[in-house]
Design a binder for this molecule. Structure first.
Ligand code: ACO
Length: 361
């Protein structure tokens, strides 16, 4: 038996390949660095759905814009009880209200849902009315507009596009596996996506970047990094944004995001200093992890620089996991459709280690 299913190959996919030894991510034939910062989220989603992105048909972008408008109607269900929940729980609840099924229309609504619902939840929780989508805008630009109630700069929209593309798919990670298992039962794409959101929410998966900000704020200054990190590890804590089940070297997504942050920093006063501080924390953390776990190759993962990028785009840390879902939903849907197209019911076995059957009295 494999604890954590490390060595188990549970699906064949054309969607992405993660090479943990080489630190390489390939999305449907394209190395990540050929996509992130060069393509829009729509293009990446089109690549995952249909296998190509270079001649993005206008109707893909239009269908996603239309879908944003269609799902916005569900925001009316955001009552006081839901507003009191965490953004990811509220966003998941609104997503779960969408009709289930496996049509392309449903796929587009699900592609739009985390973006539209997260922006609405964040605004309503802050006492501001939700802003309706503008179907004519690109997805990333519209997300920032719905969040802020004002247009974002082209540089900000490009940075968010780079993020969404970077996280759009990543092999058989926990949330994608959950989505595929649900799709394999023929429950429908909405059920698969809601399962994906639920798995992503955990702190060992997509819930890490919010706590990365807590860590950076707790450390405060570069001089304090070593003492803070030592104390956290002495306490038995894991450092959020470090370590990975597959990567034994640096997560290539961390560098894709650092590049995006560097571009955004060119038009920001505060970001260059924040980036330099984060790099100092990263260096201290890697040094200490190497000292403490010399046999375990622990390096930075996608979540560390996710935190910095999403902070710079003014997303509240409590909604960082929701923004992850805005990108990863493309992978969940593509995997669910791939599973539907040719996969059998996923039904592994367990080994019973409980008490012997009782004898009848
Ligand atoms: N900080 C401190 N120690 C760590 C960390 C960390 N971030 N990550 C792993 N370790 C230690 C474990 O405590 C364990 O030590 P032990 O054997 O003495 O108990 C050892 O390294 C095991 O490491 P792995 O087998 O590589 O860990 P695993 O595959 O079980 O976990 C995981 C991977 C969950 C990502 C882990 O590294 C972690 O908890 N990281 C922090 C949370 C995080 O950043 N999650 C986001 C991951 S990226 C993503 O999902 C999008």
């Amino acid at each position: 038996m494999s604890d954590g299913l490390d060595d188990v190959v549970a699906a064949e996919t054309v969607l992405s390949e993660v090479d943990g030894q080489a630190g390489r991510l390939v999305i449907r034939g394209y190395p990540l660095n050929q996509l992130a910062g060069r393509t829009s989220f729509e293009q990446a989603a089109h690549l995952l759905f249909d296998g190509f992105f270079d001649d993005l048909p206008g109707d893909f972008t239009a269908a996603l814009g239309r879908a944003r408008g269609e799902v916005f109607g569900e925001v009316a269900a955001l009552d006081a009880g839901l507003k009191a929940r965490s953004p990811i729980e509220a966003m998941r609840a609104l997503t779960a209200r969408l009709q289930d099924g496996d049509t392309l229309d449903i796929a587009f609504r699900l592609l739009a849902a985390p973006a539209v619902f997260t922006a609405a939840v964040v605004r309503e929780q802050g006492g501001q009315a939700a802003v309706a989508p503008d179907p004519k805008l690109g997805h990333a630009a519209d997300i920032l507009r719905m969040l802020r109630g004002a247009p974002a700069s082209a540089a900000e929209a490009a940075a968010l596009d780079a993020y969404l593309v970077t996280v759009c798919d990543h092999g058989l990670n926990a949330s994608t596996f959950a989505a595929r298992v649900i799709a394999s039962t023929r429950a429908g794409l909405t059920s698969a996506v809601v399962g994906g959101i639920s798995a992503l929410k955990g702190p060992l998966h997509g819930g890490a970047p919010g706590p990365v900000i807590d860590m950076l704020d707790g450390i405060g200054t570069p001089e304090n990094a070593r003492a803070w990190i030592e104390a956290a590890l002495d306490h038995g804590d894991r450092l959020m944004g470090f370590g990975h089940r597959i990567y034994r070297v640096r997560d290539p997504r961390a560098d894709a995001l650092k590049t995006a942050i560097g571009r955004l920093a060119e038009s920001s006063n505060a970001l260059p200093g924040r980036l330099a501080f984060a790099e100092a924390v990263e260096t201290a953390a890697l040094t200490i992890l190497k000292e403490r776990k010399p046999d375990r190759a622990l390096d930075v993962n996608v979540e560390f620089y996710t935190a910095l990028l999403l902070e710079a785009l003014a997303f509240p840390p409590s909604a960082f996991t929701c923004v992850f879902a805005m990108g990863r939903v493309a992978g969940w849907i593509a995997h669910a459709r791939e599973q539907l197209a040719g996969g059998r019911l996923i039904r592994p076995q367990s080994r019973y280690v409980g008490p012997e059957p009782r004898r009848a009295a």
